[in-house]
Design a protein around this ligand. Sequence first.
Ligand code: NAD
Length: 238
Amino acid sequence: MIAEASSIVPFTGAGISTECGIPDFRSPGGLWTRNRPIPFDEFVASQEARDESWRRRLAMEPTFAAAKPGRGHRALASLYRAGKVPGIITQNIDNLHQASGFKADDVIELHGNTTYARCIGCGKDYDLAWVKLHFDKIGAAPDCAECGDPVKTATISFGQSMPEDAMRRAAELARHCDLFLAIGSSLVVWPAAGFPMMAKESGARLVIINNEPTDQDDIADLVIRHDIGDTLGPFVGN
Ligand code: NAD
């Protein structure tokens, strides 16, 4: 299918990054399964929630900082370099597609990016070192130095509106590809999970690579219920 396709759009979830040491959301033992996600309205309303959110994120920093692209990321980057992949849609927030060689403009991040921080009021960006410095100094989540509003990782939390431009560009890619690869996603987080279906309805072949069943297996042309690194490894360096 990869050989026959002229426009391949990968759509990735947390499963592509587990071999890089970043736990996924729902697998047993995943760090996120032990912590209830903090919804956006709670983050905005409560200093305590903001403190807890940053405490968790800073505790994860050594893991994110050490993570390097895995075989799945590198295989997709090879297909991108070969001109087969116009862009990639990801639910991941770990920056590993950019690190594997995708231009930032060609990575459509549906849920933002956790490797930097952003003021929820004026949108000013901060690096995590700045946040850590302030957190350590004042013992609490910092506010924006410009406007005083809370600073949050540049991710989309539950209850926060989706980034319009990313949603529009993802729909464009899903509608115009001939092969859509849904990789390492349980396909339960909406509206992101709508893109595989959208691609299929627009005439693309749909392949799902995930080591457990998903709700969309029935509509896929091929389901590979196997490890992502092992499955995509042969495409690294092509
Ligand atoms: P998910 O945790 O709901 O699903 C991941 C799926 O990948 C699971 O079905 C799991 O069985 C499968 N999987 C894990 N490792 C695999 C492997 N090596 N080979 C094959 N399959 C494997 O993830 P999701 O659908 O992306 O939704 C989670 C949400 O949480 C996303 O919206 C994302 O923003 C966020 N998140 C991101 C990261 C990250 O950036 N790396 C990590 C955790 C959570």
